[in-house]
Design a protein around this ligand. Structure first.
Ligand code: UD1
Ligand code: UDP
Length: 364
């Protein structure tokens, strides 16, 4: 394949998982950033650390309402696709930016591939669940990270010919920045914690961050843990914690600004355990071999429940489960150490090979 491929993203996790694809596409990648994430520590540091460089099109939809983000980005990306006429578009995950890229591809009849297709939480309160279903519905190729995603797609009427199981590109992204022991040790010093002597937490889902009772319950549970908790704070959560008057709880945690990717993986590697409502962090737990409490009502990654991940509602169960894991930490770590990464190998090569299939001729 020699034609150009438009790679559309807007948020931190999309930059991470698309970075290996952009690298493998090389000159053929036409990079589009919607600007949904715009702080330097949510955007520029990832463009830099993952060698994505300056996007060909960089919009500024960040901070807008969901409808405005999707609408404005769709219009601008549609025009970009008309002007540049790439061979295909690739989007990743379940964000407003991904949906905008998908709709723009659809509007210009540009073949579309969706990375991380077929994940379902079946929680219709999550905007992400609607975004995923809509993106898969208009995608010409649904690229699934795990074989369990195939069934979900087929139940929604996606024909088998449109599905490929490629694995997740996360392992390839991580390989691009994998910190050496010395870099990991630097992060311990920077945050004043010790190996296996702290909990790493991230909280940003609307269902947790935007709900005062849930956010208070989560921060209270974190503050009561027997180990220090490092909490790189997502901007959504920082704003909400201030709105809800939760600074006294934050004061009991090791709160910091969002950290770079290599720094985050260093911390995850060295932590005793992770507590998070993030999607990507669940997958990373399977690489750094740490247990993760997933503070959610449901997960779109059920295949790791009971091994790496444990689902827990916002509330006292967080403390109960965390204390149970911490009480038998060496045994838990040894058990996870022996489990394989469940999301395949050489996923980026499989994704790029799948993109090869998306020629205009094949669209009939
Ligand atoms: C979005 C995605 C979510 C993903 C997350 C990754 C949707 C519906 N949600 O959620 O699936 O897990 O990104 O982190 O697409 N903000 C800043 N600076 C930034 C970025 C955001 O101040 O750099 C603020 C925004 O102004 C807004 C809030 O954070 O007030 C939420 O941002 P938004 O992009 O709407 O959603 P996320 O919570 O980041
Ligand atoms: N991450 C990071 N710095 C941080 C917090 C998270 O680099 O301070 C990375 C983390 O390693 C993971 C990704 O951001 O790969 C997850 O992003 P997020 O939780 O925002 O989104 P989700 O995966 O839930 O969509």
């Amino acid at each position: 394949m020699s034609g150009r491929i438009a790679v559309v993203f807007g948020t931190r996790p999309e930059m991470i998982k698309l970075a290996p694809v952009i690298r493998m596409l090389g000159e053929r990648a036409l990079v589009v950033h919607t600007g949904q994430h715009f702080d330097d520590n949510m955007s520029r540091s990832f463009l830099h650390q993952l060698h994505i460089g300056e996007p060909h099109l960089h919009l500024a939809v960040g901070g807008a309402t969901r409808g405005a983000q999707i609408g404005h980005a769709t219009v601008a990306i549609e025009q970009f696709l008309i002007d540049e006429r790439p061979l295909a578009v690739v989007v990743q995950g379940d964000t407003n930016s991904g949906l905008a890229g998908a709709l723009a591809a659809n509007a210009t009849t540009t073949p579309l591939a969706h990375l991380e297709a077929g994940l379902r939480s079946y929680d219709r309160a999550m905007p992400e669940e609607h975004n995923r279903v809509l993106i898969d519905a208009v995608s010409d190729l649904c690229l699934a990270p795990h074989h369990s995603n195939v069934e979900a797609l087929m139940r929604e009427g996606v024909a088998a010919e449109r599905i490929r199981v490629t694995g997740s590109t996360l392992a390839d992204a991580l390989a691009m920045i994998m910190p050496q022991p010395q870099q990991r040790a630097q992060q311990l010093t920077a945050h004043g914690v010790q190996r296996n002597g702290f909990v790493l937490a991230t909280i940003h889902r609307a269902e947790n961050a935007d709900n005062a009772a849930n956010l208070q319950a989560i921060l209270h549970e974190l503050a009561e843990l027997p180990l220090p908790v490092v909490l790189p704070l997502h901007p959504r959560t920082r704003k909400r914690a201030a709105d809800f008057g939760l600074q006294p709880l934050l004061d009991r945690l090791l709160v910091c600004e969002p950290v770079g990717y290599q720094e985050f993986i260093s911390l995850a590697h060295e932590s005793a355990m992770i507590i998070s409502d993030s999607g990507g962090v669940q997958e990373e737990a399977t690489i750094v071999k740490r247990p993760v409490l997933v503070v959610r009502n449901s997960t779109e990654r059920p295949e790791i429940l009971g091994t790496f991940a444990h689902l827990v509602a916002a509330g006292p169960q967080i403390g109960v489960l965390a204390n149970d894991l911490l009480a038998r930490l060496p045994e838990v770590h040894a058990h996870l150490e022996a489990l394989p990464y469940p999301y395949g190998t050489n996923a980026t090569a499989a994704v790029v090979a799948a993109l090869d299939e998306l020629t205009p001729k094949e669209r009939g």
